[in-house]
Design a protein around this ligand. Structure first.
Ligand code: NAI
Ligand code: PYL
Ligand code: MG
Length: 259
């Protein structure tokens, strides 16, 4: 998994507020409203224990503090444990956590100890960014371009197909592209035969993956991918409504999915 850097997470509250404002402009709802409507759940004083994990590449500076700020932004009572790992897990439970948030280098989970529900950040992120894109109020059709069909992108594309959207998919990995086309019945997008889209969903670890040839004026690009799929210049040139944020939207999706 591509790992976040402390720099990705700086000013997380400002990044969340900007993303929330963009989501409201695109869909008419804020992130909370989307999650509540999509999952049919509402937080009700669940206490969230955030447990730092030292395995693999170790603790990422700003990661736990960002989760603390994110959970508070979405109205949860939360705390970061003093200890990491097993001791931290024990501390979280002993201090009344109902939901555990913790991540190693491969899996970031939310586990509700009361109802047993558990969520993985990758599908939860792909699905919520796809859901936001699918609610674009000014979309000119139900055609979507999806770039990046991996652990985040594939669940998001599956969600769009289930919602009746016509997905044109692209991935630089030919095997992944062909597997997705055959398993989800999406249309293989050929970059040599571009066309414009008003809805674009991107989930890759590469920069500048969306060519100008597919960007229509005032389109929405919903992308959890880090670094960003388009440059600021392109965003301004086409008036792109960009939905992107490094951790909070995906975390909200996880939390609402385990309530
Ligand atoms: P992955 O490696 O499973 O999938 C990425 C896919 O993108 C691969 O299939 C790869 O072949 C494809 N790809 C790479 N460069 C490409 C290009 N230039 N054009 C087209 N396809 C390209 O990675 P995963 O786990 O799906 O994560 C994707 C991105 O989302 C990563 O940058 C990750 O850091 C980020 N992420 C962001 C989150 C958020 O909340 N903002 C949450 C989780 C992941
Ligand atoms: C969940 C993020 C989104 C993108 N990449 C994922 C990532 O960076 N995962 C690693 C998270 C490691 C956290 C570390 C800590 O500080 O507890 N174990
Ligand atoms: Mg996010």
């Amino acid at each position: 998994m591509a790992l976040l850097t402390p720099e990705d997470l700086e000013n997380i509250n400002r990044q969340l507020q900007e993303a929330d404002s963009a989501v409201r402009k695109v869909t008419g709802l804020d992130i909370k409203g989307i999650c509540k409507d999509f999952y049919g759940t509402t937080p009700c004083c669940e206490k969230v224990g955030i447990v730092p994990v030292t395995s693999g590449n170790g603790i990422i500076r700003n990661f736990s503090a960002s989760l603390h700020a994110i959970t508070k932004y979405f109205g949860f009572d939360s705390f970061v444990t003093d200890m990491p790992d097993v001791s931290g897990y024990y501390e979280a439970v002993k201090n009344g956590a109902q939901i555990i948030l913790m991540a190693d280098d491969h899996t970031y989970l939310a586990h509700n100890l009361k109802n047993g529900k558990i969520a993985n950040n990758q599908p939860c992120t792909g699905i919520i960014y796809a859901e936001i894109a699918s609610r674009y109020l000014k979309a000119d059709s139900k055609d979507v371009l999806a770039v990046g069909l991996g652990k985040v992108g594939f669940p998001g594309v599956a969600h769009l197909v289930n919602k009746g959207f016509r997905v044109y998919g692209y991935d630089t990995d030919r095997a992944i592209l062909e597997k997705t086309v055959s398993s989800l019945g999406i249309i293989l997008f050929d970059p040599k035969k571009p066309r414009k889209f008003s809805i674009i969903f991107e989930a890759t670890p590469s920069a500048n993956t969306i060519p100008e040839s597919v960007i229509s004026d005032n389109c929405v690009i919903s992308t959890p991918g880090i670094p960003c799929a388009i440059s600021t210049e392109i965003q301004e040139k086409y008036g792109v409504k960009l939905i992107t944020e490094p951790l909070g939207i995906g975390t909200a999706s996880m939390l609402y999915s385990v309530l």
